[in-house]
Write a protein that binds this ligand. Structure first.
Ligand code: ADP
Ligand code: MG
Length: 385
C-alpha cells in the first residue's frame, strides 16, 4: 500500500467513510537567509521530499475533528465557531489555527474530519509545524472553493502559528511549504511574498548532495530567545529610523552600527550581512555554480554563532566536523538553539561526512544525529488517490 492509500485507509477507519481527498505539504531546509524574514528580508529555502499527508472531508455541522498518526491516538473534537487563540492546547492548535485564521479573514469555511500522517521529523528545525498548517491551508482552499494564491495561504498559516499557537515565527517556513517547486530554491522577499522567484537548483546534475544533520537537540530557551531577538531587531530599526532592517543598505552598515547601543550591533550586522549572503547565493545559482554556495553557508554559520548567537555546541560541532571531513560548506538551518545543520558535499562524500559528524557526536557524548539527504522537492499539493 502506498502512503497515500494508507492515509486514506486510516481515515476511513477513523471516520467511517472515504476522505474527499489527500493533500501533502513538505517540510523545508533553508539554504541561506536565517532570522531575516521577520526583518522583511530575504531567504532561500527548498522544500524537502518529506511531507505531511492530510486526508480530509468536509462536514456540514461546523465541527472540526483532528487526528494524527503521530499523536496520542485520540480524536480532538472542536467547534469552528468556538475557535479562539489559546483555546486549543497541544499540537491541534496548529491545524485548528488555520481554520480559525481563514474564518477570521472572512472566508466561508466550516467543519471537517482531518487525519494527518507525517514523515517530517518534528522539532528538528525542518518545519513540521508549517507542514501541518499548510496541508490544512491547501486542503481547505480546495474543499471550500476559496482559490487563494499561494502567498495568501502562507500568510493564513503564519497567522495560525503566530496568533493561535502563540509562536512568533516569520513567514519563511509557510512560504517554503506552499510555494516551493521541484528542482528549485525559493528566493523569498518576506516583505512582499508575492514577488518570490524560483531559482533552479539541480544538485545531482552538479555532482552535489545536500546532507541534513538532525542534531536531535532542542534547547528550551528557544522560544523566549526568539522573541527577544525579534524585539531587538525592531528596536534597532526604530532607532535607525527604518521601517525594518531590510531597509539598511550594506554600504551604510558601518555608519549605522556607530549609532546603535552595543547590544544591538551584532544583531544588525548579522541581518544585513545575511541578506547580502542571500543575494550572493542567488547570483551564484543563476550562474549555474551551486558549489559556490559552500563558503556562503559557512560564513552564514559564523554570523549566527558569533553575532546572532543562536547556535549551540551541537550545531557548532556538526558544522566543524562536516567541514573537517571535506564538506564544501555547512551551517545550522532554522531558528537555532539546536535543530538541524545542512552540509553541502560532493556526491559520493556524503557517507564520509555523515560518518565523521556521527563519530564526533559519539566522542563528545552527544546523542547521535539523524542523517538525511535533501533535493529540492514540490510544495503543498493535492495527491491522486
Ligand atoms: P518544527 O516545526 O521545526 O518541526 P516546531 O516546534 O515548530 O518544530 O513544531 C513541532 C510541533 O508541531 C510538535 O511538537 C507538534 O506539536 C506539532 N506537529 C508537527 N507535526 C505533527 C504531526 N504529524 N502530528 C502531531 N503534531 C505535529
Ligand atoms: Mg516550526
Amino acid at each position: 500500500m502506498s502512503r497515500t492509500e494508507q492515509a486514506a485507509a486510516a481515515f476511513t477507519k477513523l471516520y467511517d467513510g472515504a476522505p474527499d481527498g489527500i493533500w501533502a505539504a513538505p517540510g523545508r531546509v533553508n539554504l541561506i537567509g536565517e532570522h531575516t524574514d521577520y526583518n522583511d528580508g530575504f531567504a532561500l529555502p527548498i522544500a524537502l521530499p518529506q511531507t505531511t499527508l492530510l486526508a480530509a472531508r468536509t462536514r456540514t455541522d461546523g465541527r472540526l475533528l483532528l487526528h494524527s498518526a503521530q499523536g496520542d491516538g485520540r480524536i480532538t473534537e472542536l467547534a469552528v465557531a468556538d475557535l479562539a487563540p489559546g483555546a486549543v492546547p497541544g499540537w491541534a492548535a496548529y491545524p485548528a489555527g488555520v481554520v480559525w485564521a481563514l474564518a477570521e479573514a472572512g472566508h466561508p469555511v466550516g467543519g471537517a474530519d482531518l487525519h494527518f500522517d507525517s514523515r517530517v521529523p518534528t522539532g528538528a528545525g525542518l518545519s513540521s509545524s508549517a507542514a501541518l498548517e499548510c496541508a490544512v491551508a491547501v486542503a481547505y482552499d480546495e474543499l471550500y472553493g476559496l482559490r487563494l494564491p499561494g502567498p495568501e495561504l502562507a500568510r493564513i498559516a503564519q497567522r495560525a502559528e503566530n496568533a493561535f499557537a502563540g509562536v512568533p515565527c516569520g513567514i519563511m517556513d509557510q512560504m517554503a511549504s506552499v510555494c516551493c517547486t521541484t528542482g528549485a530554491a525559493l528566493h523569498l522577499d518576506a516583505r512582499t511574498p508575492e514577488l518570490h522567484r524560483q531559482v533552479p537548483l539541480d544538485l545531482p546534475g552538479q555532482g552535489l548532495v545536500l546532507l541534513v544533520i538532525d542534531t536531535r537537540v532542542s534547547h528550551d530557551l528557544g522560544d523566549g530567545a526568539y522573541a527577544a531577538l525579534r524585539a531587538g531587531c525592531e528596536r534597532a530599526a526604530g532607532l535607525l529610523g527604518l521601517r525594518a532592517l531590510r531597509d539598511l543598505p550594506a554600504g551604510n552598515l558601518a555608519g549605522a552600527l556607530d549609532e546603535l547601543p552595543a547590544e544591538l550591533v551584532p544583531l544588525v550586522r548579522h541581518v544585513v550581512t545575511e541578506n547580502g549572503r542571500v543575494a550572493e547565493a542567488v547570483a551564484r545559482l543563476r550562474e549555474g555554480d551551486a558549489a559556490a554556495l559552500g563558503p556562503i553557508l559557512t560564513a552564514g554559520h559564523a554570523s549566527l554563532r558569533d553575532d546572532y548567537r543562536v547556535s549551540c555546541p551541537e550545531t557548532d560541532l556538526a558544522v566543524t566536523a562536516a567541514l573537517e571531513a571535506g564538506a564544501l560548506g555547512a551551517r545550522m538551518t532554522g531558528g537555532g538553539f539546536g535543530g538541524s545543520v545542512i552540509a553541502l558535499v560532493e556526491a559520493g562524500r556524503e557517507d564520509a561526512v555523515g560518518g565523521a559528524v556521527t563519530a564526533a557526536f559519539g566522542a563528545a557524548g552527544h546523542r547521535l544525529p539523524r542523517l538525511l539527504t535533501a533535493t529540492p522537492a514540490a510544495g503543498a499539493r493535492r495527491l491522486e488517490l
